[in-house]
Structure formats: structure tokens, C-alpha cells
Design a protein around this ligand. Structure first.
Ligand SMILES: [Cu+2]
Length: 165
């Protein structure tokens, strides 16, 4: 009986270990976004803290902006241009950088609004979206899964020993 429990525990630990890498190790997120009058699509981006975001944003109509104040990012999205023009509001003297994708690390958890920063029409002020950065639950999630598996294993072992005459 003790051997069976020990085997279950080892098995559970191995299974939990296998869950670790996929659970929430920082990931690279390639995201295609469109901007049009008067919406971003997707309007909500959900990532985990530590993830690297690689955003390709294209405009479907006129020039729009992508202003993510919390990350000091302001981007011009120009129709028919393969480039985004990225600038940092905290460094107004720097010339905008032309890039194919906007790359940054979601290094803080929380909800951060992004909005259009180029007047693009009558409903321009309503053109916004939200970046949701979940805290990294690498430790909590991994331990939770491990404990759950251990309890499940112990429960099964007890049930089996109870059924044995
Ligand atoms: Cu706009």
C-alpha cells in the first residue's frame, strides 16, 4: 500500500513538473491588430506579466494612433505603409522610429488603456482598447497543480485500500 502511495506521489510530482513550462513561462506573443474608424481589433489584449508582445498594427482606412501611456509608447499607424512610427512621449526630442512591429515587454501587471492619438474623425475620442496583463502565476499555479494532484493521488489510494478486504 505504501509503495502504491509513494508511486502516486512520484507520478503526481512528475505530472506537475510537466505542467510548469507551459503554465506561464514568459511567452512571445505575436499579435495582429487592425485600426479603423473607430475601433482597434482586438479591443482587449490579454497577456501574462513578462510576455514579449510583438504587435503588427495596420490601418484599414485613415491614419490612426496607438497610444499606450503606461508603457510610454505612441505609434502612428499609416494606411498602406509597412512601417509603424514609434515614439516615446517621455522623450519628445527623439525622432520616431520606423519599425515593422511594435515590440515591448509587458513588465507590469494591471489593466492599461490604449487609445487612438490621431484625430481620425468624429468618434475618435471613443477609439480605445485595453491591455490586460495578468500577474505571473508560475509559482502559485505550479504549486496548486502539484497539491491538487497529490490530494487526488492520496484520495485514490485511500479508496483503493478501503475497497480491498
Ligand atoms: Cu483613430
Amino acid at each position: 500500500m505504501k509503495v502504491a502511495v509513494a508511486l502516486l506521489i512520484v507520478g503526481a510530482a512528475a505530472a506537475a513538473g510537466a505542467l510548469f513550462p507551459s503554465a506561464s513561462a514568459p511567452q512571445e506573443r505575436r499579435i495582429k491588430m487592425t485600426a479603423r474608424q473607430y475601433a482597434f481589433d482586438p479591443a482587449v489584449l490579454k497577456v501574462n506579466k513578462g510576455d514579449t508582445l510583438r504587435l503588427r498594427i495596420t490601418s484599414l482606412d485613415v491614419t490612426h494612433g496607438f497610444f499606450l501611456e503606461a508603457f510610454d509608447l505612441k505609434v502612428a499607424i499609416i494606411p498602406d505603409s509597412p512601417y509603424l512610427e514609434v515614439s516615446h512621449p517621455s522623450r519628445p526630442d527623439e525622432a520616431p522610429k520606423k519599425v515593422e512591429e511594435l515590440v515591448f515587454v509587458a513588465d507590469k501587471a494591471g489593466k492599461f488603456r490604449y487609445r487612438c492619438s490621431r484625430t481620425c474623425g468624429s468618434m475618435h475620442p471613443f477609439m480605445q482598447g485595453e491591455l490586460v496583463v495578468a500577474p505571473n502565476r508560475l509559482l502559485g499555479g505550479g504549486l496548486g497543480g502539484l497539491l491538487g494532484l497529490l490530494f487526488a493521488g492520496a484520495f485514490l489510494a485511500l479508496r483503493r485500500s478501503a475497497a480491498t478486504p
